[in-house]
Write a new protein. Sequence first.
Length: 162
Amino acid sequence: MKPIRYAPFAIRVVNRRTGRAAIIYRRRPDNRGRDRLQKLVALSTLAFTAGTPLLRDAVSKSVIQMPNSRRRRSRKQNGEEPQRMTTLSPGEFYPLDADWGARVACFGLLAAGLRNAENLMKSASHLRNSDPVEAAWWLGMLTQDNNLRALRALRILTEAVG
């Protein structure tokens, strides 16, 4: 069984003319009620570059709950050390658990349209060290229809804007 099938979030790296970028997906029911990964936000080349440490941590530290197992198991608990991913290859989907997926999705939503690389790196660092419950709350606020105030507040809190 592939863990992507059970992942609440996923990220896929793509090649663009300007460089590497990423697309963040969230598992939600489609029109027929089937559980599918649906595009949430696309990271620009600049946001992908600035958020690479966050993305690498998210991919390497995510633990996906498989239906057969009774509790979450990481590679470290099974006797093997989790390896740190050095490169994110274009084309394949990387599964993310709910904790890291919420952080990455928040970063993608707040990075949309921003062009200051230094501030984006600060923002990614703040989200990388953030509490997963707070990230999930912010993601809920950011995915509502009227989200401009929440988006502005998160950008200020994470130092994405001056």
